[in-house]
Design a protein around this ligand. Sequence first.
Ligand code: SF4
Length: 326
Amino acid sequence: MAERRVHLPVVDGAPATAPVATEGTPADAGAPRRRHPPWIKVPMPSKPTFFDVKKRVHELELHTVCESASCPNIGECWSRRALTIMILGDICTRSCRFCDVTTGKPLPPDPDEPRRVAAMLSELDLEHTVITCVDRDDLADFGGAHWAETIRRVKEACPAMTLEVLVGDFKGKPELADLVLDAAPDVFAHNLETVPRLSRQVRVQASYPRSYAILEHARRRDAVTKTGLMLGIGEERDEVAEVIRQLAGLGVDILTLGQYLSPSKRHLAVERYVPPDEFDEWKAFALDAGITHVESGPLVRSSYHADGQAALVRALRAGKGLPAVS
Ligand code: SF4
């Protein structure tokens, strides 16, 4: 599973100044709690569309990373009918230290889930959507076949919608990533999450070279590729710059940069709140380095505002000579 997962108290139109656990190690327990800075603001969900989407998600017994990860943007996104469905259940086999999704022994994949995902998306009538998953290291193909069936059903149900898949690292096995790539999603996304030095600490069972290899493989197959990094987790500026240069050199098409927010005291602490103008500087840097599209800001997540990127995805596909989405 690769989505950015955070927790933030939701407040009604005001800065989210409620205490947040940024003391992410047991040794820090009892330390004074930090407050979010004023630029981290989250509106309270209030629009009827938000509640309609929520009701339908639950009727169809689907999971979303928006809910499972307590994403701070849920009010805004769901009010636009933009959601990120999370397939293969809601229990992850990994225990990344930034992530709020439950770790444990998952149930077997539900063979009816791809149909329900397709049904939900056809009702929402979106131009673009993101689907993600929990990591399934318990399955021989890490969930690749289930992914392929989901993509097939969604493409059948929503032929005019561009589809982005945010996948795990398939333990660096390109032949398993091919199960997804062969199903022809319009964007293949996998998040590096952080810089190489912090990778083990942040994503305990993952490895930076493995993640990089999966992106590299997708890029070699001419897929439109996307990745994301969290800032404020202990990285140094020159480390971020180096990763961005590498990604540009690799030819990654889309990059997201957002503030890490600690889900609880059990998770890694926020090391620093990166101010909005620094996110703007990183955006300019990444564009200068040669990445085509960059979303950068405190509340940016892999799927934040992705629903408005259908035209971009179509243009990127056309630039690579890939078949047009009807
Ligand atoms: S940013 Fe992504 S995960 Fe968060 S609410 Fe929006 S669609 Fe869901």
